[in-house]
Design a protein around this ligand. Structure first.
Ligand code: ADP
Ligand code: RBF
Ligand code: MG
Length: 428
């Protein structure tokens, strides 16, 4: 069990899942809140305090959602002996995302009319998941966000539907994340789970913050509804495809944590974007470089044909770990092919303009290969050095092409900068 930590007088609920602890937590918190309101009253009336950030865990800070869908989806498929379409199961799983395991299980059974008791379904899925939480990576940009908030002295804590018993397993390889939190409110500490606001209310109390001064970051509609009902502002980083589901419950819907506009919520802005000094608003975000390598595979066959922009695709399945460490989006970096180094600009994701069902890795090597330009099956190595923008939909093909050419110009300029140039050394 972890000791109660306190940074500036506020209390973190301790690690034990016992109910008594929860009650004790509540009791001590009221004192904290009084303290907070006294200090606020003493400050100048015009000074708005820096908001407190309350973060969801699964799908927001750690990449659990694919694993949950895979494992629970397989159990449900077995149970229904193939009677339900994969997409029906997947849709139902997306709807229950963000709920506590038992709440989600109940809701899933009801949505799919499954003939099983919730306890039995949970008993089938949870050991399978518990055996695999160790595989789960941080979401792209999660550590950057937490380090930034910490450096700027912003208070932040977790409000997760995960019960304490799974929490330790999930976080075993992410101890640093837990250490940085000023509180971790787990699903077992509240009577009602998300979409009920109770968990966010308890987190705010624990952190000594007023609801109105809290900003919630969430990946699910259920979580955003909970934050909104608690009277907090909410930022959605959807882990589901249906972005419209956030329309009425989120103050901002972004593509990934890279795209967080903190200043919009009164929080200190990120300072790591590198602007182009050409008068444009364009900027790139250096990231921990990711190296990927493999044979060039066939794509949809339209890069060169429809856009005049050939992309030497790599196999997503073979590079799952690397791909999962990057948010879908447009990136820049270097490539090595046939012993030569090139600049490259690439897209990773679903290409919304074409509404692809399959994720692809599509690097455009910024070089005219002329007659030598067929390298299917050849070994290609990439270093992904900086993030440029989210994938976008465009009204016309011309607009998409124009944008990609601009991306290439930005890449050529920025890859010469000291901050990015050195990443070429990561190529073998
Ligand atoms: P696909 O959909 O199969 O990826 P594309 O139309 O995108 O087809 O063409 C990609 C192929 O074009 C690459 O696999 C490679 O063989 C070739 N190619 C020629 N020049 C380039 C370049 N500058 N960058 C990337 N690929 C190129
Ligand atoms: N596809 C999109 O649908 N939206 C985009 O914003 C987008 N940006 C891209 C940027 C770059 C630098 C590259 C190389 C590709 C981009 N694509 C985008 C993918 C493009 O649609 C894809 O390469 C073709 O569909 C070929 O498969
Ligand atoms: Mg291609």
């Amino acid at each position: 069990m972890r000791a109660m930590r306190s940074r500036d007088g506020a209390v973190a609920v301790a690690a034990s899942a016992q109910y008594a602890k929860c009650a004790q937590g509540h009791e001590m918190l009221f004192g904290v809140q009084d303290y907070a309101s006294i200090t606020r009253r003493r400050g100048a009336a015009s000074m708005t305090p820096t908001p407190t950030v309350i973060l969801d865990l699964d799908g927001t800070l750690i990449n659990t959602e694919q694993l949950v869908d895979e494992v629970v989806g397989a159990v449900v498929r077995d149970l229904t002996e193939g009677a339900l379409a994969t997409s029906t199961i997947h849709d139902a799983l997306e709807r229950v995302r963000g709920m506590r395991p038992m709440d989600a299980t109940r809701e899933l059974i009801s949505r799919l009319s499954l003939d099983i008791a919730p306890e039995a379904l949970l008993a089938a899925t949870s050991p399978l998941l518990n055996a695999r939480w160790g595989e789960v990576q941080l979401m792209p940009g999660a550590m950057r966000l937490l380090e930034h908030l910490r450096a700027k002295g912003v208070r932040f804590g977790l409000a997760t539907s995960t019960p304490r018993e799974y929490f330790a397993l999930k976080m075993a390889s992410h101890a640093r994340v837990v250490e940085m939190m000023s509180c971790e409110i787990t699903g077992d500490l509240v009577v009602r789970g998300k979409p009920d606001p109770e968990i966010f209310e308890l987190a705010a109390k624990t952190l000594g913050a007023d609801a109105a001064a809290c900003v919630v970051i969430e990946d699910t509609p259920v979580g955003c509804e909970a934050g909104q009902s608690a009277g907090m502002r909410t930022i959605a980083v959807p882990s589901i495809r249906d972005r419209a589901a956030f329309e009425n419950c989120a103050d901002a819907v972004i593509h990934s944590l890279y795209d967080l506009d903190l200043a919009k919520f009164g929080l200190p802005a990120f300072e790591d974007w590198l602007p182009l000094d050409d008068g444009s608003a364009d900027a790139v975000l250096p990231i921990p470089p990711v190296v990927m390598r493999g044979p060039v595979v066939k794509g949809f066959g339209r890069g060169a044909k429809e856009l005049g922009i050939p992309t030497a695709n790599l196999d997503v399945a073979a590079l799952k770990f690397q791909v999962d460490s990057l948010a879908p989006g447009i990136y820049l970096g270097f490539a090595k092919l046939r012993g030569e180094i090139y600049q490259q600009v690439m897209s990773i994701g679903w290409n919304p303009f074409f509404d692809n069902a399959k994720k692809t890795i599509e690097p455009w090597l910024l070089h005219d290969f002329g007659d030598e330009g067929d390298f299917y099956g050849e070994e290609l190595e990439l270093v992904v050095s900086a993030y440029l923008r989210p994938e976008a939909d465009f009204t016309t093909l011309e607009a998409l092409i124009t944008r990609i050419h601009r991306d290439a110009e930005v890449a050529k300029t920025m890859l010469q900068r000291e901050e990015l140039k050195h990443t070429v050394k990561l190529l073998h």
